[in-house]
Design a protein around this ligand. Structure first.
Ligand code: NAD
Length: 281
């Protein structure tokens, strides 16, 4: 039986509707939820992502402001922009679109975003909170994966979850979330030996590598839930990290597009509303 396709679009639509109601409630209490996005440079993919975020905010009734900085903007200019937004009581969430142009230091900028406005969950304070099980902002993509697993009733407790990719944005927070949900977690990366042996033990397999077709059907345990986080631009359009044939082996599989990407945006709305609701709505 082919894998059940996990419809990120449908699950995200429910979260977006919830966000719309929450935003309405904020407005009724005199608070306009407001997300500020800093877009430095001309990266075409980043521009698309930012446009999608703006559209999603508009549909949910969340105000969004995009601050566009030139490709050759200085570190000082970027940092000043963040500091100004930190001080603005009308801005609830701040997001610095990544990647930044090469001459800018990402770590220094992310460290400046006020942790209470860090709706991407990339600040060390929020990463630390996640690590020790305290409440804080959780990065949108791995949070979206958790909500998708939940929506499809996929058991996590006591299961073996294998993640491929250890970035601060996806792999590491994904490991923390699955661990907190009582999975046994294996975090794999480019130096992992015997990768396929490990992935074949996974009840839940998360691929966040950025290489089209990286996960083959042979790497998957029959019946496993396979979450494809990868977004790769190929000649054939957008593809994930998991090859098509995986659907013959997996029990559940997320499509690309229409899977995790949709959940990421829905979680950004949810995090922004969490930030706005701290202002008494
Ligand atoms: P990254 O480049 O920071 O990390 C890639 C990871 O893959 C690294 O940790 C590396 O160790 C691992 N890796 C590379 N080659 C490997 C190999 N041969 N064996 C095992 N591991 C290997 O990327 P990222 O920011 O974590 O993103 C990963 C993918 O997810 C990209 O395609 C990105 O576009 C996508 N992404 C999607 C969303 C979404 O909303 N769906 C959000 C963020 C990222």
């Amino acid at each position: 039986m082919p894998a059940i396709r996990m419809d990120g679009r449908a699950v995200a639509a429910r979260w977006k509707e919830e966000a719309r109601k929450r935003a309405e409630h904020c407005l009724e209490h005199g608070v306009t939820p407001h997300l500020a996005v800093i877009l430095a440079g001309e990266d075409p993919a980043s521009r698309v992502y930012v446009r999608n975020k703006e559209n999603a905010c508009a549909k949910a009734g969340i105000r969004s402001t995009v601050i566009r900085l030139a490709q050759d903007c200085t570190q000082e200019e970027l940092e000043k922009t963040v500091l100004t937004l930190n001080e603005d009581p009308g801005v609830h969430g701040i997001l610095v679109q990544l990647p930044l142009p090469k001459h800018l230091c990402e770590a220094r900028v992310l460290a400046l975003v006020h942790p209470d406005k860090d709706v991407d969950g990339f600040h060390a304070m929020n990463a630390g909170r996640l690590m020790i099980g305290q409440k804080g902002f959780v990065p949108c993509t791995p949070l979206g994966v958790m909500k998708l697993l939940e929506a499809y009733g996929i058991p996590i407790c006591g299961k073996h979850a294998v993640i491929i990719g250890r970035s601060n944005i996806v792999g590491k927070p994904m490991a923390m979330l699955l661990l907190a949900a009582n999975a046994t977690v294996t975090l794999c990366h480019s130096h992992t030996q015997g990768l396929a042996e490990l992935t074949r033990q996974a009840d839940i397999l998360v691929a966040a590598v950025g290489k089209p077709g990286f996960v083959t059907a042979e790497m998957i345990k029959p019946g496993a839930a396979v979450i494809d986080v990868g977004i790769n631009r190929t000649q054939d359009g957008l593809t994930g990290d998991v090859e098509e044939r995986a659907a013959d082996v997996a029990g559940f599989l997320t499509p690309v597009p229409g899977g995790v990407g949709q959940m990421t945006i829905a979680m950004l709305l949810s995090n922004t509303l969490d930030a706005a609701e701290r202002h008494g709505c």
